[in-house]
Design a protein. Structure first.
Length: 199
């Protein structure tokens, strides 16, 4: 069984977190992709986020009607930053017969050599790199990352990156505005406004 894992702060979740993942799910023949909202992202120290459970609820609302997409609260249960190497070990124990695929943005892929136990991350899962606006990998990857791509342990999806950003959405939502159609699932927008998550 091929299982995808996709972590992030999802603050808030939007179409750029959904459409590329749905394409990867179909094209790679993944049985499921598990979203992992992170309570304390290690790469965003000190940044104020919407409450972890609210971000988890937004993910559940966003993928409720999406075939093959699921959410896990695993990274919400830790009282410290969640490290991908440890999350992969958890899912290796939970799904011992599965082939794990880690979906990450191009920006995260370029930062991979700075991650905690990054060699273990690359060994535990195939890396599926999703394009991000303004992050062209050509000529920017290190020798180690280039070797990963050449070995087939990492692959870059041929997709058009979404121009939507969580930063821009937070600005709109903080003013009480509705984002342009298609940027976020309507249920998520309604949830944000009901609980004034960014105001």
């Amino acid at each position: 069984m091929k299982v995808g894992l996709f972590g992030g702060s999802f603050d808030p979740i939007h179409c750029g977190h959904l459409e590329p993942v749905k394409q990867a799910w179909r094209r790679l023949g993944l049985e499921r992709v598990i979203y992992l909202p992170t309570a304390v992202p290690p790469h965003k120290p000190g940044r104020r986020l919407a409450p972890p459970l609210a971000r988890y609820a937004m993910v559940e609302l966003a993928i409720l009607r999406e075939e093959g997409l699921f959410a896990s609260p695993y990274e919400l249960t830790l009282d410290r930053p969640a490290y991908t190497a440890e999350t992969l070990e958890h899912f290796q124990r939970l799904l011992p017969d599965s082939e794990l695929h880690l979906l990450i943005g191009a920006d995260s892929f370029l930062e991979l050599p700075h991650w905690f136990r990054w060699h273990d991350v690359a060994a535990a899962a195939r890396l599926v790199v999703l394009p991000r606006p303004g992050w062209d990998l050509k000529g920017r990857e290190s020798r180690e990352l280039a070797a990963l791509l050449a070995s087939g342990r990492a692959q870059v999806m041929d997709q058009h990156p979404s121009e939507v950003s969580s930063t821009r959405l937070r600005e709109l939502l903080a003013r009480g505005e509705r984002p342009p159609a298609g940027w976020m699932p309507d249920l998520v927008v309604d949830f944000v406004h009901k609980y004034s998550l960014y105001r």
